[in-house]
Write a protein that binds this ligand. Structure first.
Ligand SMILES: [Zn+2]
Ligand SMILES: [Zn+2]
Length: 154
């Protein structure tokens, strides 16, 4: 028969290992929901609504009206971390979970981090560059379609 000491050590080890297992599956689950969110607000192959970037790690969910801070505060996100008001312990950045739980509310689009950052700091150069080019065009050619920063939403 094992001593109490040995049993305790075993239980400690078991708890540590299972906590790690739990965290990995949680992480994988989050990646899946994040992809679901990106696809919902973009397309089968998600892309930046401003520059067309398709690399998933560069993409983020953007609040079209730049009311991100208010919104995050309202749903309990602080300093980029999701702190759910309910007891749901999902940890980390649970924004995609929140969107899914709320039936994919409108008002969001997919942008890459560059365009997202630039947009909240006076507008993305991609967009303003396009505007400038269009303004410089002779009148006869001004039918060139303007590329909207805000992509279509489903
Ligand atoms: Zn972009
Ligand atoms: Zn851009």
């Amino acid at each position: 028969m094992k001593s109490r000491e040995e049993r305790n050590a075993y239980m400690r080890e078991w708890r540590v290992q299972n906590r790690e297992k739990f965290h990995t599956s949680q992480k994988r689950c989050y990646q899946r929901i994040r992809l679901e969110a990106l696809q919902h607000y973009s397309a089968e192959t998600p892309f930046c609504a401003c520059c067309g970037e398709t690399e998933l790690v560069f993409l983020t969910i953007d609040h079209i009206n730049n009311d991100g801070a208010d919104h995050r505060r309202a749903i309990g996100m602080r300093q980029g971390r999701y702190e759910p008001k309910e007891s749901a312990n999902i940890g980390g950045n649970g924004f995609a979970y929140w969107l899914k739980k709320n039936d994919w509310p409108t008002g969001f689009q997919i942008l890459c981090f560059n365009c997202n950052w630039a947009k909240s700091h006076g507008g993305c150069p991609h967009n303003t560059l396009m505007q400038r080019l269009i303004q410089q065009l002779p009148k006869e050619q001004s039918h060139v379609p303007q590329v909207p920063l805000q992509g279509p939403l489903h």
